[in-house]
Design a protein around this ligand. Structure first.
Ligand code: PMP
Length: 448
């Protein structure tokens, strides 16, 4: 029962591991886009284990790939050749443009960004790292300094949000403007990737000024950005912002790192990689989550020249790219292609965004609907004009109502008032309809 689980949790799991919902949800089984709790209730999973279960829960082809691999060769470490890591690295490299052909496998998104940080410094011989306001790049001790998101402030040297004072080599929280509500974008509601506006240029100019002010000339090792900010509340950049910032960073001799942990593997629909929507080719790409459908697998892709920098020091990783995770990775790529899941992300995602926009026009609690493909954010507000965030208590009522209606969605954003919708990419239009229907009922429920 829940009580028994709660007791074990309290005694044996670190209390830093907080759970969703006032009444925890104890899950037992998954199938495609559905989850089942320990009492057998079925939920539509529109959060996919935090944007991770890309091809559906317990996909039989992944089960088959893992089983076969486990029966053949489970683990040897990276000091030997094994065929799966060779096969998979080539397959993965084939999805990437230009010269991004050199892969290093790790086990989580944080680890991927941590390694990319080392690569950038080793290659450039420079130290300063710049990330954006409202970003999330992970929780290893070094990387948390780049995670500028408000929720993750640790009062320890190098901790997230403390990076500028405590860790002088990492400048998190730079994007240019200073009036942002959720992000660079949210200062001006007409500004987003699909809208035409001058803000991209303006913010990029401010970015350059701030860069010049904060960072000793030519000392930037790398700039980091998610292609759409995920944990930050599905935040898109002003048009051309990333491209202009990319040029500024490159001019100063820094590398551009694209954090594709959430936006990769077809989730944004139009492109396989999120950075493609910005018309850039990064120097380093970090990836996790959707890459392994929940299996602990992540990777850093870069050019052979940059990869060479890492050979200056011995670098090692016991599990990264083990035969089983590579078998999973290959199966995920095959399934995305065979089941046309990127195309489905585009089609169902576009439909969902349109339906949610209709809802927004009817319910003032919905202050903004945004995103691309199956990476969607719904911002809940107490005033549609000022977009003042919905108070935490009412937000919780809205969100828990969804759960009671058997709909699982995430939450995030600078003020914790954005519903995050990032389902397995196999969902259908009927699932989108169900989601919109529950959100509509939730809007009525909190108004009643
Ligand atoms: N980058 C981004 C964009 C993320 O969303 C996350 C996880 N939310 C990470 C990195 C860190 O990944 P992990 O939790 O696998 O370490």
């Amino acid at each position: 029962t829940i009580d028994q689980l709660a007791k074990i949790r309290k005694t044996h799991l670190n209390p830093a591991l907080t759970t969703y919902y006032s009444k925890p949800l104890a899950l037992h089984q998954g199938h495609k886009q559905w989850l089942f709790d320990i009492n057998g209730n079925r939920y539509l999973d529109m959060f996919a284990g935090i944007c991770t279960v890309s091809v559906g829960h317990c996909h039989p082809r992944i089960t088959e790939a893992v089983t076969q691999q486990m029966q053949t060769l489970g683990h040897v470490s990276n000091v030997y050749y094994h065929s799966k890591i060779h096969e998979y690295s080539k397959r993965l490299a084939d999805t990437l443009p230009a010269n991004l052909k050199c892969i290093y496998f790790v086990n989580s998104g944080s680890e991927a960004n941590d390694l990319a940080l080392l690569m950038a410094r080793a290659y450039t011989g420079k130290f300063d790292i710049v990330s954006l306001n409202n970003s999330y790049h992970g929780m290893t001790y070094q990387v948390m300094g780049m995670t500028s998101n408000n929720y993750y402030k640790y009062p320890v040297p190098g901790g997230a949000g403390f990076s500028k004072t405590m860790n002088p080599d990492i400048y998190s929280g730079i994007w240019g403007g200073n009036k942002c509500r959720d992000s660079p974008v949210q200062t001006d509601r007409t500004c987003n990737c699909v809208g035409e506006c001058a803000a991209g240029l303006e913010y990029a100019k401010q970015f350059e000024n701030k860069l010049n002010y904060d960072i000793p000339k030519n000392n930037i090792a790398a700039f980091w950005a998610e292609s759409i900010q995920g944990v930050g509340g599905t935040v898109q950049y002003p048009k051309n912002y990333i491209k202009i910032v990319y040029d500024i960073v490159k001019k100063q001799g820094g590398l551009f790192v694209a954090d594709e942990v959430q936006t990769g593997f077809g989730r944004t629909g139009e492109h396989f990689w999120g950075f493609e929507m910005h018309g850039i080719v990064p120097d380093i790409v970090t990836m996790a989550k959707g890459i392994g459908n929940g299996f602990p697998l992540a990777a850093v892709a870069t050019t052979p020249e940059i990869a060479q920098g890492l050979t200056k020091a011995a670098h090692f990783n016991t599990y990264g790219g083990n035969p089983i995770s590579c078998a999973v990775g290959i199966a995920v790529l095959d399934i995305i292609k065979d089941e046309k899941l990127q195309e489905n992300s585009k089609e169902v995602g576009t439909y969902l965004l349109l339906e949610l926009a209709k809802l927004k026009s009817q319910y003032p609690v919905i202050g903004d609907v945004r995103g691309k493909g199956l990476m969607v954010g719904v911002e809940l507000v107490s005033d549609p004009e000022s977009r003042k965030p919905l108070d935490a208590h009412t937000f919780m009522r809205f969100w828990e109502y969804c759960r009671d209606q058997r709909l699982i969605v995430g939450k995030g954003g600078l003020h914790g008032n954005v519903l995050r919708i990032k389902p397995p990419m196999c969902i259908t239009k009927e699932d989108a309809d169900f989601t919109v229907d529950v959100l509509e009922k939730a809007a009525q429920y909190i108004a009643s």
